[in-house]
Design a binder for this molecule. Structure first.
Ligand SMILES: Nc1ncnc2c1ncn2[C@@H]1O[C@H](COP(=O)(O)OP(=O)(O)OP(=O)(O)O)[C@@H](O)[C@H]1O
Length: 328
């Protein structure tokens, strides 16, 4: 198990700053998602941990050992970590077993040991029996599992996942979420996972780091990030919800300020006889409910998951059961 520590890390490319003052600890055995919009710096952060980039400022440590600072840098192949890329990065001319065994080459393992480890890694990703298949003949999800097996084969205790589900269809994504969760449970490795998809981060990670503009916006459990976002950026990026004026008087958790905004999740909105007046602006049927956008008297919009279809323009009254006072 390996703890990864970043201490006041910054990264610039020429004049442009990709990351500013990042201090983070990824405890041994943790599963952390780096989440944020395109260009926020999440891939750069992962590449700094991997050793593909050198920090312009600050220090990267594994278990207290300096991996990189402004002057020194341990190369990726000496960091004992495994990486799974969105693009799989498999060798097309090799079969599945040869791809998985590749990192064991030149490490002094005997043939039987290589076969044993390869079989074990393939079993972990449910690909036993696929040893002699060409990787060209595999589906996207199977290729991703080969890539994961290749990173497990050395027994590495750090696994870095760079948008690993981005190329997969929605059903395969769900299956791969389970594969990653199982892998984490079985290996106890420290996993860092880059994604721009908040539902993946909420589903998989024990800790989420939200980045924007190269800075950390919030670090917390999925429940904390969803339930108590630290600012308007996190509130707007993670989960569905509406930011409305605190002056509506909805009872809100957090430090209330009558001038600020409160976040209301769609499940917390009900239509009642006595609530605030609103009118129906639009709706979308989602199967489980009707995602209905309501307009309040001051023009704020409120999204609600309602059990029944309402008419566009219909006048209703709304009650909010839960809201979060978003810090300014
Ligand atoms: N090699 C590079 N040279 C110059 N600028 C770079 C380089 N790599 C990244 N950047 C810049 O650093 C910033 C952060 O990029 P990064 O790829 O880390 O973002 P990201 O959050 O992973 O985005 P995406 O989700 O689109 O991949 C961007 O402004 C990007 O243009």
């Amino acid at each position: 198990m390996t703890t990864i520590t970043l201490d006041a890390v910054g990264k610039s490319f020429g004049d442009s700053r990709a990351l500013t003052d990042i201090s983070l600890q990824f405890p041994a055995g943790s599963f952390t998602a780096l989440l944020g919009p395109s260009g926020c710096g999440k891939t750069t952060l992962l590449r700094l941990i991997a050793g593909f980039e050198q920090p312009t400022m600050g220090v990267v440590r594994f278990e207290g050992d300096v991996m990189a600072d402004g002057t020194r840098m341990v190369p990726p192949e000496e960091r004992n970590l495994g990486i799974v890329f969105q693009s799989y990065a498999l060798w097309p001319h090799m079969d599945v077993a040869a791809n998985v065994a590749y990192p064991l080459k030149g490490r002094g393992f005997g043939r039987a040991e290589i076969e044993r480890r390869t079989a074990e890694a393939l079993a972990m990703v449910s690909l036993t029996g696929y040893e002699r298949r060409s990787v060209d003949a595999l589906s996207g999800g199977q290729r991703q599992r080969v890539a994961l097996a290749r990173c497990l084969v050395t027994g590495t205790m750090i696994i870095l996942l760079d948008e690993p589900l981005a190329n997969l269809d929605v059903h395969l994504r769900a299956a791969m979420l389970d594969v990653f969760a199982d892998t984490h449970k079985r290996t106890g490795a420290t996993i860092v996972f880059v994604t721009h998809d908040q539902s993946e981060a909420l589903a998989l990670a024990d800790t989420i780091v939200v980045l924007d503009g190269g800075r950390v916006q919030q670090i917390g459990t999925p429940e904390k990030i969803y339930g108590e976002p630290a600012n308007a950026m996190v509130a707007g990026f993670v989960g569905r919800g509406s930011l409305v004026a605190a002056s509506h008087g909805f009872a809100a958790r957090g430090s209330a300020s009558s001038r600020g905004k409160v976040l209301v999740r769609p499940h917390a909105v009900r239509l009642t006889e006595t609530g605030l007046p609103a009118s129906v602006l639009r709706l979308r049927y989602t199967g489980a409910s009707y995602e209905t956008t309501l307009v309040l008297a001051n023009g704020d919009t409120l999204v609600a998951d309602l059990p029944t279809r309402r008419g566009i323009g219909e006048e209703v009254r709304v009650t909010v059961d839960d809201a979060w006072s978003v810090p300014a």
